[in-house]
Write a protein that binds this ligand. Structure first.
Ligand SMILES: [Fe+2]
Length: 352
């Protein structure tokens, strides 16, 4: 039930995610729709859960998923460059802003699917049905439970106070998660305030940004800093890691949802869109529908510790144990709109 509440809060933020599907033509069985039995997927997600889902889809349908994994901007550029010749049927990114950019560049097409409309709430899909959200993540404060009390934490803004000098950890400005975080502040507070925040944060960095989200939690536990800004699901991954050292890190950190009394915690969404030039549209939509199903959504929730987009599917026990939270209420397409501004500010304030 908690997960439903969270999801309904998330809905208030109009998320933009794209969904595209495609097929190519090579006829294999009699009931074939004339499309290829291979779907080409460009994705910037990098999780084992996804590979397992592709395998399961192939098992159910005989349609193979050919995955091209990469940086979201490079994939977007590639889609644009390939134009009508692209082999890509579907585009997935872990950032709504990127899907919105694909839509604006006319690289996606609208999908009319009752299944998708039923499974993915309106606020988690594009208003023209060009992309559909699959999984939601929150960018939270992770702290060492021995050295920091939750009561000391409040907002992202408070991390720029003198008290946190030399204590803040987060990854580099080249990372899309931080770019979108700053873009959300531009959308909510304006450019000037966003720049002030970024400058204050850089001032309080414990070290030059490096490593993944998971590495920030490790640095917190190692005492390099006290508070890390990172995505929720990585805490779940640490706690469920096959490496006992990672499990220890997961156990030593607390999760704090900032800005609960103010503008809400920053969220983003992984989403899928059907490419404009997909040659395997029916099969691609089948795949999109599969990813929105209870089965697939449960995998995102249980094995990748994301908040499922489908409100019928509950969040994992771990995520439920962190409680409900208030999310930022902005249209997620704004993350794309303010991306270059965010990168410009990061460069200006010396966020490496
Ligand atoms: Fe990630």
């Amino acid at each position: 039930m908690k997960s439903k509440k969270i999801v309904s809060m998330l809905m208030a933020t109009v998320l933009s995610v794209g969904l595209l599907a495609g097929c190519t033509s090579n006829k294999s069985d009699a009931k074939d729709n004339g499309e290829s039995k291979i779907l080409n997927l460009y994705t910037s997600r990098h999780y084992e859960t996804d590979d397992k889902l592709y395998e399961e889809f192939t098992k159910e349908t005989g349609i193979k998923i050919n995955v091209v994994e990469g940086n979201p901007d490079e994939l977007l550029e590639r889609l644009e460059r390939e134009g009508a010749d692209t082999e890509a049927d579907l585009f997935i990114t872990a950032d709504a802003g990127r899907l919105d950019a694909a839509k604006k560049k006319d690289l996606l097409q609208s999908v009319s699917s009752e299944t998708l409309n039923r499974n993915i709430p309106e606020n988690l899909r594009d208003k023209d049905d060009q992309w559909f959200g699959l999984a939601v993540r929150a960018r939270v404060l992770v702290y060492d439970k021995e050295r920091v009390k939750a009561e000391e934490l409040s907002t992202y803004e408070a991390l720029t106070e003198e008290k946190w000098k030399g204590k803040i950890l987060t990854r580099s400005s080249g990372n899309i998660y931080n770019q979108s975080l700053l873009a959300s502040f531009i959308a909510i507070n304006g450019e000037e305030e966003a720049e002030k925040w970024a400058k204050g944060l850089v001032n309080n960095f414990a070290r030059d940004p490096k490593g993944s989200d998971r590495d920030q939690a490790k640095a917190v536990v190692a005492g390099e800093g006290d508070v890390a800004i990172m995505n929720t699901y990585y805490v779940g991954k640490l706690l469920n890691s096959s490496d006992p050292e990672e499990v220890k890190v997961g156990e030593k950190v607390g999760v704090f949802f900032p800005n609960q009394e103010t503008t809400g915690t920053h969220i983003n969404v992984s989403a899928i869109g059907l490419t404009k030039n997909s040659k395997n549209k029916d099969n691609a939509i089948k795949f999109m529908e599969f990813l929105s199903s209870d089965f697939a959504q449960k995998q995102f929730a249980q094995t990748n510790f994301e908040y499922p987009a489908n409100p019928k599917v509950e969040a994992s026990e771990l995520l439920k144990s962190w409680g409900e939270f208030k999310a930022q209420e902005i249209n997620l397409s704004l993350l794309g709109e303010y991306n270059s501004k965010a990168v410009e500010i990061m460069n200006k304030v010396g966020w490496k």
